[in-house]
Write a protein that binds this ligand. Structure first.
Ligand code: FE2
Ligand code: FE2
Ligand code: FE2
Length: 185
């Protein structure tokens, strides 16, 4: 269903752009991590890249088809470095979304009565918190030249909730059954 208010539409376009860039950035940084000898951090990047695809898709579904230019406020890194620095870039991007971007977008959607955008922004905001936690742990390991200890990462296909161990029966963010999680290993 298309949004009715221009401000929410702008925010959805920006969020879609930011999530799309995060998706591509994490795929690339995953390849870098694999080449540096961090196959499990590489797997984490691949899993979170999928979660960002879920977010981009949720926003895309809500915006409706409109031909126009739109600015993207990414608040994130462009380009590539070593894995420990890439993880800092990943963390910065997630924290920007958690503390700046999504609280504003979510409040605008609520204020304007845009239920679909409210849902897609709520899902993303809560899922980004799980990404920040996982990237911080991975960075702590990478700084010591170590890989993370876990192999499997699970991502909810509805909201992008991401965990590194076995999932609960229902997603804590969107309530989906655990069959809705995609396993990356
Ligand atoms: Fe996201
Ligand atoms: Fe994220
Ligand atoms: Fe979920």
């Amino acid at each position: 269903m298309a949004v009715k208010n221009d401000m929410t539409l702008e925010f959805l376009h920006s969020a879609y752009g930011g999530e799309s860039m995060a998706h591509m950035r994490y795929l690339w940084w995953g390849d870098v991590a694999r080449k540096e000898g961090f196959p499990k951090i590489a797997n984490l990047f691949k899993a979170v890249a999928y979660a960002e695809q879920v977010h981009a898709t949720n926003h895309f579904r809500e915006m409706g088809a409109v031909v126009k230019d739109s600015a993207v406020f990414a608040g994130a890194v462009f380009g590539t470095a070593k894995t420990a620095e890439n993880l800092q870039g990943a963390l910065d991007g997630e924290l920007h979304e958690i503390h700046q971007m999504y609280p504003v977008y979510l409040n605008a959607a609520q204020f304007q009565g845009e239920k679909g955008a409210e849902r897609s922004c709520h899902f993303a905001l809560e899922a980004e918190k799980t990404h920040a936690t996982l990237f911080k742990g991975a960075q702590d390991a990478a700084k010591e030249g170590k890989d993370v200890e876990y192999s499997d990462v699970f991502v909810c296909e509805i909201c992008g909730h991401t965990v590194n161990d076995k999932t609960e029966d229902f997603c804590p963010i969107c309530g989906a059954k655990k069959e809705k999680y995609h396993k990356f290993s």
